[in-house]
Design a protein around this ligand. Structure first.
Ligand code: FES
Length: 156
């Protein structure tokens, strides 16, 4: 009885491994290596304790992204407002996780002006493209970033 259990456990493990390998193979056919890397190991996931700017946007697909920002005046350089920290959360697809990771990493250290110029194409360029049905996921990340910037109170 014990032996049978062990054997069915290992059968199950093999089945699971094969399934995971199949899924990965399928994903590799659809997404770029960079997209998979960002989706499986996203940077800057979470919330800031006291965000200077925050926004939550729901995209056309019904998924939501939240971005928190903190900005500081760069007294060492040009007195511009620079993004010093940025975090995101999404309940969206893997592509939206990859887009959130890329956009939050990109804006850190950038001025508000530079961050405001980002477009979905900027994210697509970093990721090496996304399938047509995931282009709106990049737009969701950009729209959320812009809403978080608009939410900043820069009266200092
Ligand atoms: Fe909704 Fe990607 S964010 S499908």
């Amino acid at each position: 009885m014990h032996e049978k259990n062990e054997s069915s456990d290992s059968d199950f493990d093999v089945l699971l491994e094969n399934l995971q390998a199949d899924i990965l193979k399928e994903e590799q056919e659809i997404y770029t290596e960079r997209t998979l890397k960002e989706a499986y190991n996203p940077k800057n996931v979470g919330e800031l304790k006291k965000p200077g700017g925050a926004a939550r946007v729901t995209g056309s697909c019904g998924d939501t992204m939240q971005i928190h920002l903190n900005v500081k005046v760069d007294v060492k350089e040009d007195l511009s407002d620079k993004i010093v920290d940025c975090k995101f959360i999404t309940d969206g697809c893997g592509a939206s996780v990859a887009c959130g990771s890329v956009i939050t990493e990109f804006v850190k250290g950038k001025t508000i002006e530079e961050a405001s110029m980002l477009t979905p194409e900027s994210i697509l360029a970093v990721l090496g493209g996304l399938p047509e049905e995931n282009i709106h996921c990049a737009a969701l990340a950009v729209d959320t970033l812009k809403a978080a910037i608009a939410n900043l109170n820069l009266n200092h």
